[in-house]
Design a protein around this ligand. Structure first.
Ligand SMILES: *[C@@H]1O[C@H](CO)[C@@H](O)[C@H](O)[C@H]1NC(C)=O
Ligand SMILES: *[C@@H]1O[C@H](CO)[C@@H](O)[C@H](O)[C@H]1NC(C)=O
Ligand SMILES: *[C@@H]1O[C@H](CO)[C@@H](O)[C@H](O)[C@H]1NC(C)=O
Ligand SMILES: *[C@@H]1O[C@H](CO)[C@@H](O)[C@H](O)[C@H]1NC(C)=O
Ligand SMILES: *[C@@H]1O[C@H](CO)[C@@H](O)[C@H](O)[C@H]1NC(C)=O
Length: 499
């Protein structure tokens, strides 16, 4: 008797819950639940994580693992299937990089990222011109170390031509007094199976050696380029709604890591935070199409987290993803509302497509609804949407500006200061919770809510399912992801393949 009285109310309440299913999501209702006060609270929490961890949330640090725990603590587990996807990143750590010429060590020697590990000793020969033509490498190069001037072509081509000519090693000398961290790229891009051991020396060093060789000196060179890999583990967080069609998934991504130099609250804590708030708000509604929020790791080292995800996605799983939305830097203090140019109407892009164009249109309409301006930004694959484009999944998103300078026209459209960068704290210690424009931040978070509500309700007219042929393009990378200096908007600054 006692037992049944206890059971009855429970049954009654569960019937009540079933009788009132969550309403289908609507953009205006979802947007209304995005509050500035919550965004601000999350920014303070995230900043606190950085401050307790030496001011950084870079991947591999405790600050980053704490960030992942914090994100997971905010995702309602009854509404989402939450997965932590672990992966390894291998970092090249140089043990010794040196060049000695007949016993005298060159100063300021750099190794080539992507070059082979090893030591080689052989006579030194100067290669004429810039060593960009097969004809520059005479038979005399065979078995010797080639000394080549920087300039006119990629380092990889110089190395491949030296390799093909039978050289034992390569020394490239700078054509500028400013140093750099050179990188070779991959040998197969130059039709060779391997590169020879190589090192990069200064302009002064190269000029002195060229003069000596020109005067008939006989010199022996030793190149040491010795390194090992440090493998470190990191993780992405993937949270998929339990409701909605699991064969038509909208992914939305932001990256969770900061640079080592700062707390990364705008870059890209703002995208991370905005996604948390939209993910929480969505739980009051149901969706027709599943929504998958992704928090990527290791963006700052070349989009590694998102590329790990897409390159390990089985084809049948990739086929279920309708589109990828990408949100980062959503609260730049001197912001512009810029939208990836998915249809290629403003910037040429190999990735422009009808699907990406439709996503762009969705965001243009979102800003337009409130009478806000927006501008197109390059759709060049330099953020976490790249891996999706590579497997044929359309993409789009919003970006509010990094180190670029606001133009006078942009200041007319958005206010703020012309001639100043969009985010003067970009990649610095001052990128903390005080760096954000909270008005822009609320708008950015609402742009996520709008796209999630729209596509979570319907993908009518969107090119989906895609023709199977599109999926064949996926690239698989090795198990441990190697930082790729050509990827990511930052990589380009200090490392270069160009000479
Ligand atoms: C902060 O940096 C110091 C010195 O590099 C290091 O010993 C310590 O473990 C770091 N603390 C955290 C929480 O990362
Ligand atoms: C590599 O070989 C391909 C096919 O033969 C050719 O098209 C390409 O130009 C070559 N690349 C280089 C850098 O030699
Ligand atoms: C590079 O060579 C050194 C010396 O032979 C060796 O100790 C080291 O393990 C090698 N590194 C890699 C990545 O193979
Ligand atoms: C953050 O994301 C935006 C847009 O994806 C990107 O352009 C920006 O450079 C990112 N910042 C960093 C440091 O990753
Ligand atoms: C994309 O294709 C659909 C269907 O073919 C078409 O109706 C629509 O206008 C196209 N959209 C764009 C932006 O090109």
């Amino acid at each position: 008797m006692k037992v049944s009285t206890l059971i009855l109310p429970v049954m009654a309440s569960s019937v009540l819950v079933a009788a009132a299913p969550a309403p289908l999501v609507e953009s205006n209702k979802l947007r209304r639940t995005i509050l500035r006060s919550n965004l601000k609270a999350r920014a303070l929490e995230l900043n606190g994580i950085a401050m307790r961890n030496n001011g950084t949330r870079a991947w591999g640090t405790k600050g980053h693992w704490d960030t992942l725990d914090w994100i997971e603590s905010h995702i309602p587990k009854d509404y989402y299937n939450v997965e932590r996807q672990f992966f390894d990143i291998s970092r090249t750590v140089y043990d010794e990089v040196s060049v000695s010429i007949s016993g005298t060590f060159e100063t300021d020697v750099n190794g080539f990222t992507g070059g082979p590990n090893g030591t080689v000793t052989a006579p030194l020969v100067a290669v004429p011109n810039f060593g960009c033509e097969a004809g520059d490498y005479s038979a005399a190069v065979s078995g010797k170390i080639a000394l080549v001037h920087r300039g006119n072509c990629n380092f990889g081509l110089k190395n491949a031509l030296a390799t093909t000519a039978g050289a034992a090693g390569l020394i490239v000398w700078n054509n500028d007094v400013v140093g750099l961290q050179p990188t070779l790229g991959t040998p197969d891009a130059y039709n060779v199976t391997e590169f020879v051991v190589a090192a990069f020396i200064t302009k002064a060093g190269g000029e002195a050696l060229t003069t000596k060789l020109g005067n008939g000196a006989k010199l022996d060179a030793t190149i040491k380029s010795l390194f090992h890999y440090d493998v470190e583990t990191t993780a992405n967080i993937i949270a998929t709604t339990k409701n909605g069609n699991q064969n038509a998934i909208i992914t939305s991504g932001a990256h969770t890591d900061s640079v080592r130099a700062g707390p990364g609250i705008n870059d890209n804590g703002s995208g991370t935070i905005a996604q948390i708030e939209v993910a929480k708000a969505l739980t009051k509604f149901s969706v027709n199409n599943a929504i998958r929020f992704c928090w990527w790791s290791a963006e700052e080292d070349g989009l590694l987290g998102s590329e790990y995800y897409t390159s390990h996605l089985p084809e049948e799983e990739a086929a279920k993803i309708v589109m990828n939305l990408n949100f980062d830097m959503l609260a730049s203090p001197n912001y512009v509302y810029s939208i990836y140019d998915g249809d290629g109407s403003s910037f040429t892009s190999p990735f422009a497509s009808n699907g990406s164009g439709q996503i762009e249109q969705t965001f243009i309409e979102f800003f337009g609804k409130d009478g806000k301006a927006s501008v197109p930004t390059r759709f060049d694959g330099r953020s976490d949407y790249d891996g999706f484009l590579q497997v044929g999944i359309p993409a789009g998103g919003v970006f509010m500006g990094a180190e670029g300078i606001k133009t006078a026209e942009e200041a007319k459209l958005f206010g703020g200061q012309a001639g100043k960068s969009y985010d003067h704290c970009y990649h610095q210690a001052c990128d903390d919770e005080k760096n954000l424009d909270y008005g822009a931040f609320v708008t950015g978070a609402k742009s996520i809510a709008d796209a999630v509500a729209k596509y979570g309700t319907s993908i009518a007219g969107f090119p989906f399912p895609r023709p199977a042929a599109k999926l064949a393009k996926r690239r698989l990378r090795s198990e441990a992801m190697v930082p790729n200096p050509k990827k990511g908007k930052h990589g380009g600054c200090s490392q270069t393949q160009e000479s």
